[in-house]
Design a protein around this ligand. Structure first.
Ligand SMILES: *Cc1c(COP(=O)(O)O)cnc(C)c1O
Length: 226
């Protein structure tokens, strides 16, 4: 059903590129990941380090790729890297530098997305990005992350404000898509593979506005226990 809705949203926007589905399994037991794998989904996401570790230990790395989607503290970098295929939540230059140092230490590049705070809400993590990025400030910061030697920057991630107002959601996602395309054009080292946006409440609008990766928990797995 979710997959149909994604296809319908793509069709409404005349889009043909692939939209990846990341099942966000936080707050569910490892059984939920087994169900996700059985459904043919190839990516799952967690937002807390201990839960990521626990599930990876139960399920393994081979059958699904693991995404870290929640805020990552710098002192947990070393512990997290061995469990994550993609860290979507690089939300500060200091975290980016720590990850790059770790990549050099283990002599393996780390795949990341840069988290943008496109909603302007001060409580949200991420690099600041105003609509249209008039000052070019966001581009400058993304450029700085892309210049770090240890990271492979594969795109951007963002979270929309919690609102039912479709026009605000649409504007937020459209400005993230604009920034994604600007980065593809202007930032060297930026690989424009993933624009991760869209959660249970807003994924159809996100897909209409150019998301290439949605992160879905509740609509796939039901309400979380914790
Ligand atoms: C929990 C979470 C999701 C999924 O949220 P739902 O509303 O349950 O779909 C997506 N992205 C991030 C970063 C999350 O923390």
């Amino acid at each position: 059903m979710v997959l149909d809705r994604i296809e319908q949203a793509k069709a409404r926007a005349g889009r043909s590129e692939e939209v990846r589905l990341v099942a966000v399994t936080k707050g569910h037991a490892a059984d939920a990941v087994e169900a996700v794998i059985a459904a043919g989904i190839e990516d799952c996401g967690e937002n807390r380090v201990p839960e990521l570790e626990e599930k990876v230990e139960a399920i393994g790395r081979e059958r699904i790729s693991w995404h870290m989607v929640g805020h990552l503290q710098r002192n947990k970098v070393r512990r997290t890297v061995p469990f994550a295929d993609l860290i979507q939540s690089v939300d500060s230059i200091r975290l980016a530098r720590e990850l790059s140092r770790e990549a050099e230490r283990i002599d393996t590049p780390i795949d990341v997305l840069i988290q943008m705070n496109t909603s302007g809400e001060t409580r949200k993590y991420g690099f600041a990005a105003g609509p249209g990025d008039e000052t070019g400030e966001a581009l400058e910061q993304i450029d700085e992350v892309c210049a770090l030697p240890g990271l492979r920057v594969l795109g951007l991630m963002t979270m929309a404000p919690l609102t039912g107002d479709a026009s605000i959601l649409r504007r937020t996602f459209a400005s993230a898509r604009w920034l994604f395309e600007e980065c593809a054009r202007a930032v060297s080292g930026f690989e424009a593979r993933h624009l991760s946006m869209g959660m249970s409440n807003d994924y159809e609008i996100a897909v209409e506005e150019g998301s290439t990766m949605v992160r879905l928990g509740t609509v796939l797995l039901g309400e979380r226990g914790q």
